[in-house]
Ligand binder design. Structure first.
Ligand SMILES: NC(=O)c1ccc[n+]([C@@H]2O[C@H](COP(=O)([O-])OP(=O)(O)OC[C@H]3O[C@@H](n4cnc5c(N)ncnc54)[C@H](O)[C@@H]3O)[C@@H](O)[C@H]2O)c1
Length: 308
């Protein structure tokens, strides 16, 4: 019987579904135990991971029988995909399955930050009554600039347009004809910086996108935009971001992803309740609903692959 190893949390119904057909070892904390993981992976035909299991070349070299990696999410930074493709190991991300969750998160943050809700909440909860001192704005009529117009960027676009926002996007890999149904303008990156009231990032982390949002880009931006990053941490330079906020170059920011996760003290020590910012622990894609969708999708793909 083929063996499936699941090293991080997977919704139980989906684990049960795979277990009906294959021999499953399910240990949501296995990613923390390198020794056990190294030993179990030697015998497995398929491995299912989230983002904590590091499928490095060193580990994959031990996985002599491995032909399938299921990723309960979309980013593949924790998987040596070059090694996998060179060694006939198929890697299956849960493409699109948590995109609605991330898109809702982005709109939540855009609305909250335009309305200065983090500051209004902190003031009200501490007994002040900052009714007239805090500016509040609408998303309607604002320009939303999307860096990356793939699966999530498109979902954010649709939601933002419901609020009456004008959407522009920078994505050199997308043709105008591919996005004619979206009623957006594809623009160059510098133009996006100069026009956007809200900038939301939906890019993969690559050599081209690392540190993309830095002091230089802040200097090119329209006055006081809001920055939202739910993609990958190191795309935004966090030191430059905090500096831009403290110098009033930007009026708010939301981060779900960080250059180092869990977030490090030298970063979070610079955050206070009086700042118009929202920090979340890389969970924008994780909702009750997306957990089910992601797990079911990967369960089905694993079964299809191993049965074919
Ligand atoms: N925070 C979370 O929980 C969470 C959840 C899901 C996805 N993500 C991350 O969100 C990001 C976007 O996910 P997606 O599903 O929309 O990906 P996607 O591949 O569908 O879209 C990415 C888009 O970026 C474009 N792109 C690539 N390089 C670019 C560059 N240098 N400049 C401009 N555009 C470029 C691509 O053409 C593509 O259209 C990824 O980094 C993914 O890992 C995070």
């Amino acid at each position: 019987m083929k063996k499936v190893l699941i090293t991080e949390f997977m919704e139980q119904d989906s684990v049960d579904k795979i277990s009906k057909i294959f021999e499953v070892t399910y240990d949501p904390s296995l990613h923390e135990n390198h020794e056990n993981l190294s030993s179990l992976i030697m015998e497995t035909d398929a491995v299912i991971v989230r983002n904590k299991t590091q499928l490095t070349e060193e580990l994959l070299l031990k996985a002599n029988k491995l032909s399938f990696v299921g990723r309960l999410g979309v980013g593949l930074d924790n998987i040596d995909t070059d090694f996998c493709s060179a060694n006939g190991i198929f890697v299956q991300p849960a493409t699109g399955m948590n995109a609605d969750s991330v898109a809702e998160y982005v709109i939540t943050c855009a609305l909250s930050l335009l309305k200065n809700i983090p500051i209004a909440h902190a003031g009200t909860a501490s007994g002040q009554w900052p009714r007239t001192s805090i500016e509040s704005r609408e998303l309607g009529g604002k320009t939303l600039g999307l860096l990356g117009f793939g699966t999530i960027g498109r979902k954010v676009c649709r939601l933002a347009q419901v609020f009456g926002a004008e959407v522009i996007a920078y994505d050199p890999f997308v043709q105008k004809s591919d996005v004619s149904e979206f009623n957006i303008s594809l623009v160059e990156q510098e133009k996006l910086f100069s026009l956007s009231d809200v900038i939301s990032i939906h890019l993969p982390l690559t050599n081209d996108t690392r540190d993309l949002i830095n002091e230089n880009s802040f200097n090119l931006m329209k006055r006081n935009p809001i920055i939202i990053n739910s993609s990958r941490g190191s795309i935004v330079n966090e030191i430059d971001l905090i500096k831009a906020y403290s110098q009033n170059v930007i009026s708010g920011f939301a981060l779900d992803v960080y250059s180092s996760e869990p977030v490090q003290e030298d970063f979070y020590k610079q955050i206070s309740n009086s700042m118009n910012c929202i920090l979340t622990p890389h969970n924008s894609g994780v909702t009750s609903e997306s957990n089910v969708r992601v797990s079911q999708f990967i369960a089905e793909k694993t079964i299809d692959f191993l049965e074919s």
